[in-house]
Design a protein around this ligand. Structure first.
Ligand SMILES: Cc1ncc(COP(=O)(O)O)c(C=O)c1O
Length: 330
């Protein structure tokens, strides 16, 4: 399967910026670069916009008329899915693994503006996939043609969008690689439903860049992430009819930065959000990227990342979450 033959519904402003963080780099003694997927543009951006280009195109090919997905109440994925559905002339249903809190802010406010149908499943995260399926069954019974997107959009098509994002990154880095003034020692990324991590890892393998990908899990136990990333990479490789061989140490998951639970911020995430905002003017969020940056800072401190090395932080967006959890960031 040739990736360029896959249908794609253009949403993202690409390539996203590859930024230097000179002031943070100076403080840390490592060169910190940032891939600005918070600036994918569409509907306030973030990593899900890349995934949705392929998912929406697939939905349109199947003549679907409503996108159905789910997540936490402040899900960036539900927000961007609802917006993408609207742009493609479809409806959107978002299933939340929560009960209504009464507050309509952050991503939830944007979901309301987009007119998405919102269902509070009050199920746990794992049961949410079942509730999403049931919502699709109900829609079919009403004569609709729903397109089911699993929580987080982590499917083969979602993974493929991040294989292409790695190609984009490597092309951006090529001039620097030729000038031999850079070698990339590690990528740090937020790991949630695991599709972004799987895509970046698969992309590094496919394009022969031997760069370790450090995932900071923000929602799932480490063992579950290891299993999900491996499965997503293998399923995608099979679909693309490519050999992508992972060895045991290729999937790196750090689980020390989740804190109490998904969507509950931590003092380290809050400190990371303040630090990056106050010296670089860049916003991270309390649910995803703040925790991942807390991981990066700690890994530098513990010298897992050596002084003088070059680390790329993959900013996956999420800033609307700041307005959903103001108490976590002040
Ligand atoms: C801002 C942000 N970063 C990272 C992630 C994690 O991406 P994935 O679910 O592909 O692991 C998400 C998922 O919702 C997100 O919203």
């Amino acid at each position: 399967m040739d990736i360029s033959a896959l249908p794609r519904f253009p949403l993202a402003t690409l390539p996203t910026l590859l930024d230097e963080l000179p002031r943070l780099s100076q403080e840390l003694g490592v060169r910190v670069m940032m891939k600005r997927d918070d600036l994918t543009g569409f509907a306030l951006g973030g990593n899900k916009v890349r995934k949705l280009e392929f998912l929406v195109a697939d939905a349109l090919e199947k003549n679907c008329d409503v996108l159905v997905t789910g997540g936490g109440v402040q899900s960036n994925h539900v927000r961007t899915t609802a917006a993408a559905a609207r742009k493609a002339g479809m409806d959107a249903v978002g299933v939340f693994f929560a009960s209504p809190s009464g507050e309509v802010n952050g991503n939830l406010l944007l979901d309301e503006i987009l007119g998405a149908q919102l269902i509070y499943a009050q199920a746990d995260k794992h049961e949410t996939e079942l509730v999403i399926q049931r919502a699709c069954d109900d829609l079919r019974a009403q004569g609709r043609n729903p397109y089911l997107i699993p929580v987080g959009g982590s499917t083969k098509l979602g993974v493929i969008s991040y294989i292409l994002a790695v190609q984009e990154l490597l092309q951006q880095m090529l001039p620097q690689l030729n000038a031999q003034n850079i070698s990339l020692d590690a990528v740090v990324i937020t790991t949630g439903s695991c599709g972004t991590h799987a895509g970046v890892l698969a992309g590094m393998k496919m394009f022969g860049a031997n760069v370790p990908v450090h995932g900071v899990t923000v929602s799932r136990p480490r063992a579950e992430c290891l299993e999900r990333v491996a499965r997503l990479v293998q399923d995608t490789a099979q679909f693309l009819e490519r050999d992508i061989v992972l060895d045991e140490n290729d999937i790196i998951i750090h689980d020390a930065y989740i804190g109490e639970a998904y969507a509950k911020s931590t003092p380290a995430a809050r400190a990371a959000i303040h630090r990056v905002a106050r010296i670089e003017g860049i916003f991270l969020d309390p649910v995803y990227t703040g925790k991942a940056m807390a991981g990066l800072l700690d890994l530098v401190e513990r010298q897992v990342f050596k002084q003088g090395s070059t680390i790329l932080f993959w900013h996956t967006g999420g800033a609307p979450g700041i307005f959903g959890f103001p108490q976590d960031v002040v």
